[in-house]
Design a protein around this ligand. Structure first.
Ligand code: ZN
Length: 309
């Protein structure tokens, strides 16, 4: 009996916890500055800007689909931003890749969505990353995985929800070993995750299985087949279109050609002799990706970013 009572108490307590947590968040939210901004990209497609990777929101007849979710602590504000667009339940959460500023909210949102979808290597990387965490803080792993551990293997998953068609494409190693592009041909819109940086130099996570040459090849491929009217949500930077993607392709090809033309130079010398002023849309960040770290990873030598000791 004591066990049953204790169990009953535990169940009652557990059932009140989400409400209590919700009330706490609400109280906090009323004073917290609003960091999320929603921008309409196309009919029933939105981009939500906050801190971290850009979030895609697709609204179908009866559901919503979220693409990436930034950080755990920002989920209440993110949900509020989604609710400013639609009251429909979020059925699927798609992760474009496994970096923390794209999957950090998974651990909270997994309780609200039917399934989290990502490349198989995202699940693998998250499991490895979570071994460092207290078991109580683990969770939010993708349940539906496409592709295999071999990042070079192309993979595709089509989602058909309430008459809306989505294509999830993995084209090979690029920003990481588990990137996917989400395409909505009817819009037409692409969410490219961190395969596409605009405003700042691209980060290629070499330690996470990324590949500069793979990225350049993917961008050239995508740029060759998307319709001219395609709206593009980059992983970081403003919503844009095909002209910006073509410029990005040209930047990557120019970097690649400069590496090939200067086999004896180190990354610093290559950066110094490259016409960086010709690419004002991509700014270096001294604490993250510089022209030197970009040339370093493009020549197959560096991690793709500034590393701290
Ligand atoms: Zn990333």
């Amino acid at each position: 009996m004591r066990i049953l009572t204790a169990l009953g108490f535990a169940v009652a307590l557990a059932s009140t916890l989400p409400l209590a947590a919700h009330a706490k968040h609400q109280a906090k939210d009323s004073t917290a500055p609003k960091i999320h901004r929603v921008e309409k990209v196309a009919e029933n497609v939105y981009c939500i800007f906050g801190q971290g990777g850009n979030i895609g929101l697709i609204v179908t007849a009866n559901h919503a689909i979220l693409i990436d979710d930034q950080f755990e602590r920002l989920v209440p504000g993110l949900v509020e931003a989604v609710r400013s667009v639609t009251p429909k339940p979020i059925k699927y959460l798609i992760n474009t890749h496994g970096h923390g500023d794209h999957v950090g909210g998974n651990v909270v949102l997994e309780k609200q969505v039917m399934a989290i979808v990502a490349h198989a290597n995202v699940r693998k990387a998250m499991i490895k990353e979570q071994t460092k965490l207290d078991p109580a803080k683990r969770g939010g792993l993708p349940e539906l995985a496409l592709g295999s551990e071999d990042a070079k293997e192309r993979a595709r998953l089509d989602i058909h929800l309430d008459g809306t068609d989505l294509h999830l494409l993995h084209l090979g190693p690029g920003h990481t070993d588990g990137d996917i592009i989400v395409g909505l041909p009817a819009a037409p819109v692409l969410h490219m995750g961190d395969l596409f940086f605009l405003g700042m130099l691209p980060y290629i996570d070499a330690e996470g299985g990324g590949s500069f040459d793979g990225l350049a090849a993917q961008i050239a491929s995508v740029a060759s087949w998307i319709p001219d009217a395609t709206r593009i949500i980059p992983g970081h930077g403003p919503v844009c279109g095909k002209p910006e993607l073509l410029r990005y392709r040209d930047l990557l090809l120019a970097v690649q050609a400069h590496v090939k033309a200067n086999p004896a130079k180190d990354a610093a010398a290559m950066a110094a002799s490259f016409d960086t002023a010709a690419w004002p849309e991509w700014k270096p960040r001294p604490d993250f990706v510089t022209w030197e770290t970009l040339f370093s990873v493009a020549s197959g030598k560096g991690p793709g970013r500034i590393t701290r000791p």
